[in-house]
Design a protein. Structure first.
Length: 367
């Protein structure tokens, strides 16, 4: 944008902000991603796709004066389905989003612009062509997406998993392994991969592997979305449950966010996110220690009897299922509490997964 146009845009925003302040109102813009329309219960705040594209006032400004009582409904166009809301009703699969804000609060925010309420629609046949690369603390969750992707409403989901155990499954180690590198590159060379997921291992704590693989993947398809999935820590029995849980939340999540920050800076405009599924282990460990996990008999068991299936920390069934729910949200935006699939547990693992999502910094979620 040249300086003249930029100056005009700044002036327009200033005039709009000033006018809102003078008349005593605030602004709540409406946005549409994909093909669909937003209608309002009052009939006064409708925003059709054509109006949004034309930046009509009901979309671009949507002035709020006095009480803000409104319910918006997102309706897809032919060949499209409603995906989710951003802001206001974050991640909700319901196509309705309601606001009930008193005039006092509105007056306290006169002149302000609220984050835009965004309705996202997707094509009915949507699904990622995914490539996942990683170790045994990563693979069960990746493998599970072959079922959960289509089951959650994304029938075109396809995937390839390239596995290598332990530290050899870290991105840098996979690049340094000529055989594994060739396998992964052969998949990326098709140019169809648009979701590329990597994991983490502390033995390879630099950014080298992430740089090499992200560069290569984006060279083959510049529209590829990237994510880093952060696993739980090993040897859980060596720690008290609270210390184990807190250690991951302090160190594991910080490492994941640092990688995402680095990759976003390296590839501006690319969708890079963190999947904090490692927190699932600490959530279950602390619940088991507090007698709040009736579905398992022991911390370390097998065939569904434990949280972990060995002392090293490989996941037993309930941990795999809980972590997969976090992946489903991170990849496709389906909130666990709204995912209609019965895992058969007494414990509400959907709610536990949702609690993990709620405390994760949304800045590091997918766009």
């Amino acid at each position: 944008m040249n300086h003249v146009v930029a100056g005009r845009e700044k002036m327009k925003r200033f005039v709009l902000s000033l006018s809102l302040f003078v008349v005593g109102a605030c602004s709540h813009p409406l946005e549409i991603i994909g093909e669909g329309d937003i209608t309002s219960a009052s009939g006064e705040r409708d925003c059709s796709l054509e109006q949004f594209e034309a930046q009509a006032e009901t979309c671009a400004v949507n002035m709020v004066i006095e009480d803000y009582n409104e319910t918006y409904t997102a309706t897809p166009r032919t060949g499209w389905v409603f995906d989710r809301w951003y802001n206001g009703c974050n991640g909700s699969l319901s196509n309705q989003c309601s606001f009930n804000i008193s005039a006092d609060i509105v007056r306290d925010n006169w002149g302000d612009t609220m984050p835009p309420l965004t309705a996202k629609f997707r094509e009915q046949t949507f699904g990622y062509d995914a490539l996942f690369i990683g170790h045994s603390f990563f693979r069960p969750m990746a493998d599970g997406m072959a079922f959960h992707g289509p089951n959650a409403g994304f029938p075109a989901h396809t995937q390839t998993m390239i596995f290598s155990g332990g530290a050899t499954g870290a991105p840098e180690a996979l690049w340094n392994n000529a055989t594994k590198r060739a396998q992964i590159q052969a998949v990326l060379d098709t140019g169809t991969v648009n979701l590329f997921g990597m994991t983490y291992h502390p033995q390879y704590s630099t950014m080298t592997g992430y740089d090499l693989w992200s560069d290569y993947a984006l060279d083959q398809n510049s529209n590829t979305r990237l994510f880093v999935a952060m696993p739980w820590s090993t040897n859980p029995g060596d720690f008290e449950p609270e210390a184990y849980h807190a250690g991951w939340k302090d160190q594991g999540i910080a490492a994941c966010h640092a990688i995402v920050d680095h990759l976003r800076a390296r590839h501006p405009g690319v969708d890079v996110s963190c999947i904090p599924y490692g927190q699932a282990a600490g959530e279950l460990y602390t619940r088991f220690a507090n007698g709040q996990l009736p579905d398992v008999e022991t911390l370390v068991g097998s065939n569904g009897t434990g949280v972990f299936r060995d002392d090293f920390g490989h996941a037993d069934e309930i941990l795999v299922d809980l972590a997969q729910l976090i992946w489903v949200y991170a990849i496709y935006g389906v909130r666990p509490v709204e995912y209609d699939y019965d895992f058969g547990y007494i414990t509400d693992i959907n709610e536990i997964a949702d609690s993990v999502i709620r405390v994760h910094d949304p800045h590091y979620d997918a766009e």
